[in-house]
Ligand binder design. Structure first.
Ligand code: 5GP
Ligand code: ZN
Length: 118
């Protein structure tokens, strides 16, 4: 279900400082950190600090905070990884391939002609 903090959510534990992560940025509304199993170097995740399983329960204010952080972080990730491209994707529901049920946006640096996944 959706609560502001979910007991067994790994991303809520990272927000609370109770699980390790390479954190890039954190404020009251959002957190960004490196993916533990990166598709490419610099693969980053952005999450809202409130727990939501996926986009369906996220408020406009929360998704706006995620999007504004993505707008700031994307050029930094692109520059630091010297990537000519950056893929952003976001899965909602098991049927879509979602595996962690705390809303997150992926930022994936692309070096060359990455095949489209969708
Ligand atoms: P999804 O498939 O749900 O869109 O993506 C979940 C992502 O979370 C995957 O890319 C996976 O590697 C990442 N992930 C899962 N558990 C952890 C964790 O404990 N720490 C970090 N940093 N990333 C995780
Ligand atoms: Zn959570």
């Amino acid at each position: 279900g959706d609560e502001s903090v979910a007991q067994n959510c790994i991303f809520c534990k990272i927000i609370a400082g109770k699980a390790p992560a390479h954190i890039l940025y954190q404020d009251e509304q959002v957190l960004s950190f490196l993916d533990i199993s990166p598709v490419s170097p610099g693969h980053s995740l952005i999450i809202p600090t409130n727990h939501h399983d996926n986009i369906f329960s996220l408020s406009g204010e929360e998704i706006t905070a995620v999007a504004l952080h993505a707008k700031r972080l994307a050029p930094v990730v692109k520059r630091v990884t010297k990537s000519p491209g950056l893929a952003i994707h976001q899965l909602n529901g098991r049927a879509a391939g979602q595996t962690v049920f705390h809303y997150h946006m992926h930022l994936i640096p692309c070096q060359h002609d990455t095949p489209k996944q969708f």
